[in-house]
Design a protein around this ligand. Structure first.
Ligand SMILES: Cc1ncc(COP(=O)(O)O)c(C=O)c1O
Length: 385
């Protein structure tokens, strides 16, 4: 099946009288009449569910669907993207080691690395992953490499295939946060990554109405992640899994439209008054353009950013003037939203650290929605006029 069809059908086996949309199964526990039957289900010998923290039919369907879309053997769905990230890190690097992570990491991820893993003995090296020589130098003594397909907020794209090859050569696991691209636009496992994680809160769900995460990888690693998720109590609840799967069914059409709209807005914004710089990986003058074209030939999704002259005061004026776009500290929904990294995704960094990354007081991240592009461009144009 082609990816668009897979998004529609993945994760389920329909037979005669199957519900076409999955039933919602909120049961915390299932009843058994035979002790041996319970033992067989609880040990995984037989399919079925016995307790909601261990497994659930809605969660299982979502896990199978995302694993199928990413081209992995198995998936684990968690209560948030952060739980997925933490679970993936502990599955790939269970003992304190050196983690090489992209310098432009999502703020929540760098907070997890610094505030939870560093005190536990992990050493974190933040590296510009678009600089392959720097990666080669850093990877030597690493126990894990973490990258994002498209960085947050400046939308840079590192050569994941080259990094995966270096990691593989040295036997270092490579984890990719594929939240911004989704498996419809990029499949990091095909490029050589060991595992992939998602904040399904974003594009996979797609409607800003749930918080969820998913990890995908080989069956052994996912077995480890699943067992720990059960022990630590981080699995995704049934209704959020049901909603995420409902959203996933339209992923292909949404990602096409997000990709088209973001490129239209990025091009239009280059000539708007007060816009100093526009960041979009598929703008020809982006430093990431050649790599992004190669890794994401069908588009790069709805994320872009721009730097506004006049800093925070100018950003505030723009927000007050919006009639279609809104300020909301998330991304990946059908509506066009903006985020202000200084006080949202990157608030745990100092202003010096943000400046080093190129994130200034005028940096605005846009999650371009699926509205008519003419309306989106018109709203930014009037808001900045
Ligand atoms: C790239 C990326 N990864 C991970 C996360 C964390 O996901 P969640 O908020 O679902 O825990 C986010 C959230 O904004 C994100 O943008």
């Amino acid at each position: 099946m082609k990816p668009a069809s897979r998004a529609v059908h993945a994760g389920r086996d329909l037979g005669a009288r199957s519900p076409l949309a999955p039933d919602l199964s909120p049961a915390a526990v299932h009843v058994f009449t035979d002790l041996e039957d319970y033992e067989a289900v609880a040990s995984g010998e037989k399919p079925g569910h016995f307790y909601g923290r261990n497994s659930n039919s809605n969660r299982e369907m979502l896990e199978r669907a995302v694993a199928e879309l990413e081209g992995g053997q198995a998936g684990v769905a968690t209560a948030s993207g952060m739980a997925a990230l933490h679970g993936a890190i502990l599955a790939l690097a269970p003992k304190p080691t050196t983690i090489v992570a992209t310098r432009e990491l999502y703020g929540g991820t760098s907070a997890l690395l610094r505030q939870d893993l560093e005190p536990a003995g992990y050493e974190i090296h933040f590296v510009d992953l678009t600089d392959l020589d720097a990666v080669r130098r850093a990877i030597g003594d690493a126990g894990l490499v973490i990258a994002e397909t498209i960085t947050n907020p400046l939308c840079r794209v590192a050569d994941l295939a080259a990094i995966a090859a270096m990691a593989r050569e040295r036997g270092v696991p490579f984890l990719v946060d594929n939240t911004f691209a989704t498996p419809l636009l990029c499949r990091p496992l095909d490029l050589g990554a060991t595992a992939v994680m998602h904040s399904a809160t974003k594009y996979l769900g797609g409607h800003s109405d749930l918080v969820a995460g998913v990890i995908v990888g080989d069956a052994l690693t996912m077995g480890v992640a699943r067992a720990r998720a059960s022990r630590t109590g981080t699995p995704l609840g049934p209704f959020d899994a049901w909603l995420a799967l409902r959203g996933l069914r339209t992923l292909d059409v949404r990602m096409r439209r997000h990709s088209e709209n973001a490129l239209i807005l990025a091009r239009a914004m280059r000539s708007l008054a007060g816009v100093a710089r526009v960041h979009h990986p598929l703008l020809e003058d982006s430093p990431s353009y050649p790599v992004a074209r190669r890794l994401m030939p069908n588009g790069s999704g709805g994320m872009m950013a721009f730097d506004l002259e006049g800093g925070r005061a100018a950003v505030q004026r723009m927000i007050k003037r919006f009639s279609l776009a809104t300020f909301a500290a998330s991304l990946g929904g059908v509506e066009t939203t903006i985020s202000y990294p200084e006080i949202t995704s990157h608030r745990s960094m100092s202003s010096e650290e943000r400046a080093e990354l190129g994130v200034g007081p005028g940096t605005v991240r846009v999650s371009v929605g699926i509205e008519d592009p003419a309306d989106i461009v018109a709203d930014f144009t009037q808001a900045l006029s």
